[in-house]
Design a protein around this ligand. Structure first.
Ligand code: BGP
Length: 482
């Protein structure tokens, strides 16, 4: 059995938009996610989820918000219950807690010259509460959530103006919290914009004059420049902090040993890793530029971007990992809607209720691949099993979740034995929260059950699941008791 190193960062992960609630309190402005409506399963067309929020769907909610069920606004009410929640995380023994800051709570429209003091104070209080228990915050500066006005006026990250506004925000965060927050991630899942441009970049692609991929890569270019400038500022004023970049890791397998399938995997992997190449090595790889040429992807590059990227490289590489993907050289062959990319079904794997192929060994493979390539410390900042849980006698018997996490942790151990440097592990949705794909509460990941349904009915009281006690033992034994 592998011995995890002293100081390994065990914890859990959340995001403000999906967890915080308090959407109209403390001077918070609106975010674009406040306008994503819940669509009941029986009304969904083709598994419709939040990745296809169209201009029409957004406008309909925007014009008549009172008629829609908008779960992001509620989250799981961390805003009012953070003390209780942090006490529960401390009871499990968390060393680190991943959370994000709501940009609209700090700069309600994004345009203000001065930050909202009440918003700043809220996060000070949260960090103080975490430190009270010796828990280090790991802060994502932006986890999908952009001030609404920036979507409406600028079409979100399509506009280069976002860089200036974002820097004002991130510099404020660094100045304000540098003595309370050591671990940072600038953007959640950089690559997600390629599948969920509205959610990730606050951008409605129909409003762009560019084709879909050009609009997405344009938005990403602005994010990558903004990220590098943020990292540079962090180096100047807070050199004791560690800052990472994050992707949704898409570990892909070829459907067959046909070289055409292998080539498709290679391309997918090059695109996925390009976000690490840019943020950790400081340049656009030739493979990505070739891919742009081949696919009619045209960008307006920001002046001086090459120097900016070079001067703002990160300390560690963070990623989410839920599943692996199976790819064919024939682009028409993609049956199973995954989270971020389409995948064929892997006959060797079991799948969760949403068709995600559960693959613990794939985590070891991915850790090794990424470490071999970049030789930078890695951080698994999301992993977990979404499931429909049932509260019975004040608890949930979620042995399926324990099994999933146990098997992934074992593979983490093996990867570390292989030589991979891994800083920590923060399973996703350590407390139940609103899902990203469907904006619902039905799909749960937590060690802690939150009594709320898709419509906001319920007490929002917290209950320890079986996995809560199991994870507590894992942390106390530093990964020895699984
Ligand atoms: C990641 C996002 C998270 C989270 C997770 C699980 O891509 O960073 O915000 O929600 O996916 O996805 P879902 O909530 O759709 O099950």
């Amino acid at each position: 059995m592998y011995q995890f190193p002293e100081g390994f960062l065990w914890g859990g992960a959340t995001a403000s938009a999906q967890y915080e609630g308090g959407f109209d309190e403390g001077g918070r402005g609106r975010s674009q996610l406040d306008y994503i409506d819940f669509i009941p399963p029986q009304q969904r067309v083709d598994d419709q989820c939040t990745d296809d929020v169209s201009d029409k769907r957004f406008q309909a909610v925007r014009k008549d918000e009172a008629s829609y069920n908008l779960p992001y606004r509620r989250g799981a009410d961390f805003y009012h219950r953070y003390k209780e929640d942090i006490a529960l995380f401390a009871e499990m023994g968390f060393k680190v807690f991943r959370m994000s800051i709501s940009w609209a709570r700090i700069f309600p429209t994004g345009y203000e010259d001065r930050p909202n003091e009440e918003g700043l104070k809220f996060y000070h209080d949260v960090f103080d509460e975490l430190h009270k228990y010796g828990i280090e915050p790991l802060v994502t500066m932006i986890h999908y959530e952009n001030p609404l006005a920036l979507t409406e006026d600028l079409n979100g990250w399509e506009s280069p103006e976002m860089i200036r506004l974002f820097l004002k925000y991130t510099k404020t965060l660094i100045d304000e919290y540098k003595d309370k927050v050591k671990y940072w991630i600038v953007f959640n899942e950089l690559n997600a914009t390629l599948c969920t441009p509205f959610v990730s970049s606050g951008m409605l692609v129909e409003r762009s004059e560019k084709n879909f991929l050009s609009a997405c890569h344009q938005a990403l270019h602005h994010q990558l420049v903004a990220s590098a400038l943020t990292v540079r500022y962090m180096r100047e004023v807070a050199p004791h902090c560690m800052v990472g970049s994050m992707i949704a890791r898409l570990e892909c397998y070829a459907e067959t040993c046909d070289p055409a399938d292998e080539l498709a995997v290679l391309t997918e992997d090059q695109i996925n890793c390009s976000f690490y190449d840019i943020t950790a090595r400081g340049y656009y790889p030739k493979s990505l530029l070739n891919y742009f040429d081949k696919n009619d992807i045209r960008l307006d590059f920001v002046d001086g971007y090459e120097e900016i990227l070079k001067a703002g490289t990160v300390d560690y590489l963070a990623f989410s990992y839920y599943m692996t993907y199976v790819i064919s050289g024939d682009p028409k062959r993609a049956e199973n809607p995954g989270n971020l990319v389409k995948s064929l079904k892997n006959p060797y794997l079991k799948q969760n209720e949403w068709g995600w192929g559960i693959d613990p060994a794939g985590l070891r493979i991915t850790l090794n691949r990424l470490y071999d390539k970049y030789r930078l410390p890695l951080f698994i900042v999301e992993n977990g099993l979404g499931a429909v849980d049932r509260l019975e006698d004040g608890t949930v018997h979620d042995d399926y979740r324990i099994d999933y996490l146990r098997r992934h942790i074992m593979e983490m151990g093996k990867a570390m034995e292989d030589g991979v440097e891994l800083l920590g592990y923060t399973p996703w949705g350590c407390i139940d929260l609103c899902s990203a794909s469907f904006a619902d509460m039905t799909k749960r990941y937590g060690f802690i059950y939150v009594d709320a349904d898709d419509y906001g009915n319920g007490t929002y009281d917290r209950y320890r699941k079986d996995s809560f006690y199991w994870y507590q033992k894992v942390i106390i034994s530093n990964g020895e008791v699984l």
